[in-house]
Design a protein around this ligand. Sequence first.
Ligand code: PMP
Length: 451
Amino acid sequence: MSVTDIPAAPVGGPSLPQERRLVTAIPGPRSQQLLARKAAAVPAGVGHTVPIEAAAAGGGVVVDADGNSLIDLGAGIAVTTVGASHPKVVAAVAEQVARFTHTCFMISPYESYVAVAEALNRLTPGDHEKRSALFNSGAEAVENAVKIARKHTGRPAVVAFDHAYHGRTNLTMALTAKAMPYKSGFGPFAGEVYRAPTSYPFRDGLSGPAAAKRAISLIEKQIGAANLAAVVIEPIQGEGGFIVPADGFLPELVRWCRENGVVFVADEVQTGFARTGAMFASELFGIVPDIVATAKGIAGGLPLAGVTGRAEIMDASHLGGLGGTYGGNPVSCAAALAAIDVFENDGMVERAQRIGDILTTRLGELAAAHPSIGDVRGRGAMIAIEFVVPATGDPDAAAAASVARAAIAEGVITLTCGTYGNVIRFLPPLSIPDHLLHEGLDVVAAAVAAL
Ligand code: PMP
């Protein structure tokens, strides 16, 4: 299928005009006022990528308080996968808010939490018996996955990988690889966290089995399988640079974990819920994790996270060992049930694949014309370009920053990522119409050409 044959977004009913519209420079005067208030009221450590005051969002645009309409190629870091104001989500939230906002599931349980757990048990990879518990954020989901794996195995150690990102709480900072900006000065970090080399085909040139052998050898020698509770890995690394492991890497790690009684935890916080052109990225690699951590796209923009795993692992915790005041909040659960309905019944997986076709075709053409783009990679609606110094292949963070900045000034929201900061990632909401995606890519292409 050629790029021009691909149908427009099937769902979302965005009421906002689906257009790029600049009526002021970015930031406009209203946005500047808010940013001045932010600087005086919010700590300097809380940054922002796009210097605007968001006023509305939906379909494929974010509209600011000055009336500018920006093309959204970031989806609030892969959260608004069904759109930022999907009508089914909006209706479900309004209905639930009017009935009750909170009871605490640990005090008075309600149906929607159980229904989300049932949906997660059904949708995550593998047909074994599962259980799911709900939390508020991706970091909290990963923390709970580790708690559960430790309780089940009675072992202390956890392995995470080079380029990993798992969150900003104390344990997840320890799991996260990159010091600046996530960890520097914020230690000491949680103990018994070990780091193994990952598979990064563009930079290590290793086959999947060779990269797995390297990681397993390090784990066996430096930690010892008998001490290891869990291996925690993103099937496609997100913040680390949209690194897709070589074929065979993940299946070999899973095989080794099974053989050694180690819990294999897939952090699908960024990759989950249709983002990669499969409901979960684990499916793309033919793996069945023991535990899957989810968040971001699950609830159409509301805060919710899940930990789903084999029943015998999940049930290892004593009564009262898992939970939290807000975990599985009823408004978030209502949003999740609506979003999951959209994921399952409105062609979201296919839409992500089509967006992936557009992104890889267009970005592949761009890379062929510009040696400053060393690699185009990713799956579905999770695609990135890695900028390099052409002569050496060294990471070129300045180029990525310059392209992202230029795109934002022209009304296109793009995000950077990568251990070396030299990657621009494309994570559009799946509700973006094709014409906006193409226009956004035109703007990015012009910024690359101007480097
Ligand atoms: N894991 C992965 C793979 C993520 O991408 C993120 C967020 N970028 C997290 C965990 C942490 O999620 P949260 O910010 O909701 O705590």
